[in-house]
Design a protein around this ligand. Sequence first.
Ligand SMILES: [Zn+2]
Length: 359
Amino acid sequence: MIFRRTICSSKWALASSLCLSALTFSHHGMAQTTLSPEALVAQGLAAGKDYPGLSRICAIDQPLRDITARKSSSGNKKRTLTDEQRAEREKRSYIEPQQVFDNLYFVGNRSVASWVIKTSEGLILLDAMNTNRQAEEIIAAGIKQLGMDPNEIRYLIIAHAHGDHYGGQEYLVKSFQPRVVMSDADWQELEKPEPEIINPKWGKAPTRDVTINDGDVIELGDTKVQLYVTPGHTLGTISLIFPVKDGQQTHMAALWGGTGLNFGPNIERLQMYTDSAARFKALADSHDVDVFLSNHPTIDNSVERMPALQQRQVGQPHPFVDANATNAFALLRDCSLARVVKISNYQDRVQKNSATTAN
Ligand SMILES: [Zn+2]
């Protein structure tokens, strides 16, 4: 394993060099704007028009859900499904394991993806789905079905500390002994006596193994995967940039490791999310990224793009390749910033009203 620090410049240098009309960055790197929330949403949706799975981030008229607040509510009770119900649910969410690029494979279902990066020295797996059962029946079985050996998994990178991404790790670690990779902030989250978000259907959380820092690289055989810490969805969400091959062509993929704004109307977290999206867009642009990916196949439209790939004829373009792929991060940046502006406008109004009342 070779970890190399590739980003030595100041944390916000790249974001600060972004120069968009009506969207600037202060010396702290905070995205600032003079646009209204509605104008930001319109700008974000226009930029991300080819990624409709992201548009839910722009629904600023919907209240922001805080899933951390559900800890003791009845919504957190384990629901026991009958075998029949479970089989029906699995059938509905089934996606055939498949090759998406020469060195990239999808094993997952409609709700959550695991991506397999094949290198000359073994496999790098991103995410472990919800449960040990899924890890065995979908991830490991899918890898075998695709003609690979799960014993070759060298790294399990967990994009963030939510159990739909780590829940199957115990089976994978016991069966195939990969190194488990997370960021320090998200290891810390799992080391708390009671993590922020816990769902009884998820498998066991991993124990700290490899901790990566922003800008680290995992190098395995012929492949380098660049890892960035993009706080927002969680405080230590990892996003990745890595090469994908299509015949003679090499493209660059950028995978956003955590998308939902499911932490409630928390202006600091929203601002953090905006800044991470702005910075990751700049990083992706500087690496000539032309493939946008997520770890949820409805979010990055893999659900639509994979059948299109199956239909692809010789000489046709690859449906995952998009010269404007990094506009997905412009949508995430602008629509999360719209929330920031909306909340801060609201706070200003409340403050003004209470001042008037006091007078
Ligand atoms: Zn999550």
